[in-house]
Design a protein around this ligand. Structure first.
Ligand code: C2E
Ligand code: CA
Ligand code: CA
Length: 752
């Protein structure tokens, strides 16, 4: 019996052996009926649910399939690489995914075509090789190639993988090509950056906000001596200086405060001492303004620094004596003057000029002169205090600047001390030399409050000392300014003019009156002054005369013309003579003739003495002395020609003229000027020419400016003329042209 039925019987108090009453029986049947109904219900539910799930399953399945498809195409669409299905012969079967704009040709044009027909040979070969390899090895192959696509050139990375046989029976290959242009470019840029960073001579460090070294290039190692590892471990410690342990802190503090910092620092190089560094720091901040990192550039400027120091020394010191030069002196003077002004003090300038130094230099040579200056410099240094400035001003001039002078007397005491420096003889290259100096003193602020004024006044005072007899000192006084300022200044400047080669000679041609052929030249000196321009001889010869400088200048003139006479002869130029002017002072110098002869021997002009003419003014001849006469005779003996300059102005007597071995008379331009206007002057000219003929002298007229004067002079028998009408004093170049013309003209005459 079914357990359920057993349970129903038991529930209704029945058993198999008992017969039920009507009530029990009904109850039993009710419960059995209920069970049937329940079973029906259950089966229905079950059947129902089963039928339901199968349709739903179908729907679900359908839905799943769709989701999968969308996902697949979403994935493929989002796929960054172009994905091709290619068969083993290289036929494009399908473009499965990727950005189609990166196709070499439109999709429609490539499907069904072979790679070799679509791509350029190089790329096609490369890809076909990879496909073959992928098939034979079964492994993925990776290649890189560049290809032009409509948007430009693209760098691709290609990957080939086999997927076994496909529908056409061939092996199928999935070929992925990925645009890696950006990556390649950034790699290239990185490489460039790396090579710049390693090859640059500047040290580059990147330091974190907490001052840790994040990066350092090799140059940093070279500059600091620390290896890159050291730097990274040591942190900021590479910026080190023995004497300045705070250096680093300070710099980083400043870098934190400003965005850009540039500073010269001296750092301690781990290996070899000190390096001079130009440090530039750029601080990069985040949005909150905190330091993110600092880029530091270290430029080693040690070399520049040391050459700068050398250069500065050279620029501010005199090479010969090692003393401060004029520029440094002037700088110190400016400082002293303003300090004196601020503190109400006085100071003094001592302007020294060695007496007759030129003579030593010229007679014993520059070597001796230089050594002497050197010794003078050391003695001056010894006698001065360390805080005084002893400077070489130029040539044989020294200037001493002394601060803090309490009185004139104190300045005089110092001047005395300086004079005593010269008491003892100097020993130079076996020579015992007696040297003295003249000192001019100016006191500031009394005699001036600027460098120029004070120097000028000390200089003028020095000239006063010289004119008062040398070997002494003189304080500046205003009357020096009024008396002979131009003379004094010129005189002073003239001392250097020869050395600086500021003198030059012009040559005024002389001509035969009748033929107007060139006969000779008169050499006329000029002073090309750096500030005043061309100074005529009338402005400086008298000064040179009074100071004796004419001796040196005259000697220079003579040597110049001697050289020209020799040179022009060598060049074959034709000329009768070159004349030069002698001044009184020269003539009074007993050694003049010897000196001139020596110059002629030195230059070779001794062979051409008949082409050298000396002009002496008539007024000089009248004042002649025995010395002058002897000089003239000596020159005459050597073969030099002698002319009387400015003739007519001195009214010399016949007797006087007879005493001199003359060759020519030069009629003064005063007489020539008045030809045609002043009968008296014309008469004098006539008489002069007659006189000259009587003495067998040639005559030349100077200052000829008009044709009428020429005509007259020709009529009265004046052989030669010189004057603006025919030519002004010429430069050497102009003379040469004239001489060349003359030479050609003469040749033509000869060959005709
Ligand atoms: P000087 O010896 O009587 O020289 C002739 C002067 O007359 C020159 O002046 C010359 O330029 C000028 N002169 C020439 N032709 C004419 C003309 O047609 N008209 C006018 N108005 N002037 C003319 P410069 O060159 O100025 O020389 C002036 C003086 O300076 C010379 O007079 C001479 O006494 C002196 N001098 C020139 N050079 C030297 C030199 O080397 N040594 C010496 N000791 N004295 C010199
Ligand atoms: Ca003359
Ligand atoms: Ca003259």
């Amino acid at each position: 019996m079914h357990n359920l039925l057993k349970r129903q019987l038991k529930k209704n108090g029945l058993s198999l052996d008992t017969f039920p009453n009507a009530t029990n029986w009904r109850h039993l049947l009710d419960s059995i009926n209920k069970s049937y109904e329940q079973a029906d219900q259950d089966r229905y539910v079950l059947e129902r649910s089963l039928s339901l799930s199968s349709t739903e399953m179908q729907e679900l399945n359908q839905r799943l399939k769709e989701t999968y498809k969308t996902r697949e195409s979403a994935i493929l669409n989002a796929f960054p690489d172009l994905l091709f299905l290619i068969d083993e012969e290289g036929t494009y079967m399908e473009v499965l995914a990727g950005n189609k704009e990166k196709l070499h040709k439109p999709e429609t044009e490539i499907i069904g075509k072979k790679i070799r027909d679509i791509l350029p040979a190089v790329q096609a070969n490369l890809i076909m090789d990879a496909i073959q390899q992928a098939i034979t090895t079964g492994k993925m192959q990776v290649i890189e190639y560049e290809l032009d696509v409509p948007s430009g050139r693209v760098h691709f990375e290609g990957r080939a993988v086999t997927i076994g046989k496909i529908s056409n029976g061939q092996y199928g290959i999935l070929f992925f090509s990925r645009d890696i242009t950006d990556k390649v470019q950034s790699e290239y840029q990185q490489k460039l950056l790396d090579s710049v960073l390693t090859s640059t001579t500047d040290g580059i460090v990147i330091i974190s906000g907490s001052h840790q070294v994040l990066y350092a290039n090799e140059a940093v190692t070279r500059i600091t001596g620390y290896s890159v590892e050291d730097l990274i471990n040591e942190g900021k410690g590479f910026l080190r200086h023995e004497k300045d342990s705070e250096l680093c802190k300070d710099i980083f503090k400043q870098a934190n405060q400003t965005d850009h910092l540039q500073q010269e620092v001296i750092i301690h190089n781990k290996n070899d001492g000190i390096s001079n560094i130009l440090l530039s720091m750029d601080t990069k901040r985040n949005e909150q303004g905190q330091t993110e990192y600092i880029v530091g550039i270290l430029t080693d400027i040690s070399e520049i620094k040391s050459s700068q120091v050398r250069y500065e020394h050279l620029a501010t010191h005199d090479v010969l004596t090692g003393l401060p030069n004029r520029y440094l002196l002037e700088e110190r003077m400016r400082q002293s003057i303003s300090k004196a002004e601020r503190e109400g003090l006085s100071g003094a300038i001592f302007f020294l000029d060695l007496d007759r130094f030129k003579t030593i230099n010229d007679s014993l040579g520059h070597g001796v002169g230089d050594r002497l200056l050197h010794q003078v410099a050391s003695r001056l240094m010894r006698v001065c205090r360390i805080e005084d400035t002893v400077a070489r001003f130029g040539g044989d001039e020294f200037v001493i600047l002394v601060d803090d002078i309490e009185s004139q007397e104190q300045a005089f005491q110092i001047a005395e001390k300086i004079l005593h420096v010269f008491d003892k003889k100097y020993h130079v290259q076996g020579y015992e030399l007696n040297v003295s100096t003249s000192i001019g003193i100016s006191i500031f602020p009394t005699h001036g409050t600027d460098v120029e004024q004070l120097t000028k006044h000390a200089d003028i005072a020095m000239y006063a000392a010289k004119s008062l007899g040398r070997n002494r000192y003189q304080l500046f006084a205003n009357e020096y300014l009024e008396s002979a300022i131009t003379g004094l200044t010129l005189e002073h400047e003239m001392l250097n003019a020869l050395v600086k080669e500021e003198f030059l000679l012009m040559y005024q041609p002389q001509y035969a009156t009748k033929s107007r052929a060139l006969t000779g030249f008169e050499a006329l000196i000029r002073w090309q002054h750096p500030e005043h321009g061309m100074i005529p001889p009338s402005d400086f010869i008298p000064v040179a005369e009074s100071t004796g400088q004419i001796e040196q200048i005259g000697l220079w003139v003579f040597e110049e013309i001697c050289k020209k006479v020799v040179e022009w002869n060598e060049k074959g130029y034709l000329f009768n003579r070159v004349s030069f002017n002698l001044s009184q002072r020269q003539l009074m110098d007993g050694t003049l003739s010897d000196q001139l002869i020596r110059v002629m021997e030195k230059t070779g002009a001794i062979d051409f003495t008949h082409q050298i003419e000396c002009e002496i003014t008539e007024s000089l001849i009248i004042k002649q002395t025995d010395i002058a006469l002897e000089t003239i005779n000596n020159l005459k003996k050597a073969g030099i020609l002698l002319a009387i300059d400015d003739f007519g102005t001195g009214h010399s007597s016949l007797v006087n003229l007879k005493r001199f071995p003359l060759d020519r008379l030069k009629i003064d331009r005063e007489f020539v000027r008045d030809i045609g206007r002043d009968k008296n002057d014309e008469a004098i000219i006539r008489a002069t020419i007659a006189l000259a003929q009587g003495f067998d002298l040639d005559v030349i007229a100077e200052g000829v400016e008009e044709e009428s004067q020429m005509k007259f002079l020709q009529e009265v028998g004046c052989q030669e003329v010189q004057g603006y009408l025919l030519n002004r004093p010429l430069s050497l170049e102009q003379c040469e042209l004239l001489l060349q013309d003359q030479m050609l003209a003469t040749k033509e005459v000869v060959f005709k």
